[in-house]
Design a protein around this ligand. Structure first.
Ligand code: ISE
Length: 345
């Protein structure tokens, strides 16, 4: 029996606690030995629930602790880059939730450090790559049976946002998933990008754009259109359709029982068919998160990471930077990356 990988988690918010539970209860070959959080009480609370060590708000202490072999970063987005750099300074394995950073320049630093070490130590939490729906779409596109992909029509809709949310976060925190999954699905790279402000929804009057439309053109000529609603007034709704020359592939909705009945309390209405739509993003991709975590642990045991890399985190941020810079210009801006280092090929 393989020795268990000892993980320390920084960030005990919703996804941090969820990953902690996942590793402790469903992922073989790993355990969480310690947690820390900017808010010490959040770390203490999580630690008490799982019977593990709390470093309170001493996140640096957790990173340096000799018992911790791998660090998982699930803190707020703006802190990711600094923690990743600190984990790399210890040359430990690092799983960083998306986004890798808030901008491409910070990601370049992470890449430079990994290159110096000469080994991939960072994996980015682009969990959609482990979703069965997206994986099957990719398989069909790659088979070539449908001809060349021409267009992607996608939408990313959230119920609401927490305090401090800004228009740019609609890209860096939300659409970042599409920025990764579209290039992965197509096996293609972005040429240029534009964010467009459209008619605004009354569901959010909090000073950020809602909705906004993300447009991307790829090097092979595919056109991508993503509707980003960060407060949609009904649910967590992720859709994606790839239009190819001879057919289309579409992401399936998550499993849900279809109900046919007369709406309760409305005797005068006709019976209707309905199925529930999820509201919690952690539930929507729960299986993908489970698989992602199992594969990450397996690959660490094998000493070679296979999941989304610092390079993938970087490319998504380069596209994100172009989108945020394009807003209000009515122009597509180039998505220009540095040359891809051999480590990531
Ligand atoms: C969250 O971090 C996610 O990853 C969700 O998929 C996204 O929809 C949500 O807006 C993010 O805050």
């Amino acid at each position: 029996m393989e020795k268990e990988l000892k993980i320390g988690i920084i960030g005990c918010g919703a996804i941090g606690r969820d990953h902690c539970r996942r590793i402790m209860q469903t992922v073989p070959g790993a355990t969480v030995v310690a947690v820390a959080d900017y808010v010490a009480a959040a770390a203490d609370d999580t630690a008490a629930r799982f019977g593990i060590r709390s470093f309170g708000n001493d996140c640096d202490g957790l990173i340096k602790d000799p018992e911790v072999e791998a660090v998982m970063i699930t803190s707020i987005d703006a802190t990711h880059h600094d923690y990743v750099m600190k984990v790399l300074a210890q040359e430990k394995w690092c799983f960083c939730e998306k986004p890798l950073s808030q901008n491409a320049a910070d990601c370049e630093e992470i890449i430079a450090r990994e290159l110096q070490i000469g080994k991939r130590l960072v994996q980015v939490g682009f969990m959609r790559r482990y979703d069965r729906g997206y994986a099957e779409m990719k398989r069909i596109i790659q088979s070539g049976e449908l001809g060349a992909p021409l267009l992607i029509k996608a939408c990313h809709r959230n119920v609401s946002q927490g305090p401090g949310f800004k228009t740019e976060n609609g890209i860096t925190n939300v659409a970042i998933h599409e920025l990764d999954i579209c290039r992965w699905l197509l096996d293609d790279e972005y040429e240029d990008a534009q964010a467009v402000r459209v008619r605004q929804s009354a569901n959010s009057t909090k000073g950020y754009d809602n909705p906004q439309v993300v447009l991307l053109r790829t090097k092979k000529g595919c056109f991508i259109d993503v509707e980003v609603q960060v407060a949609d007034g009904y649910g967590y709704d992720i859709q994606c359709e790839v239009v190819c020359e001879n057919g289309t592939v579409k992401l399936p909705d998550p499993y849900a029982v279809v109900r046919r009945s007369r709406p309760q309390g409305w005797d005068s209405l006709n019976p209707a068919e309905s199925m529930p739509i999820m509201t919690d993003w952690k539930e929507r991709f729960i299986e993908a998160y489970d698989i992602e975590m199992c594969r990450w642990v397996e690959s660490v045991h094998q000493g070679k990471l296979t999941g989304p890399s610092a390079w993938d985190g970087y490319v998504a941020c380069v596209a994100g930077d172009a989108l945020n810079a394009s807003r209000g210009t009515s122009r597509f801006l180039p998505v220009a990356t540095i040359e891809k280092p051999a480590l990531y090929k």
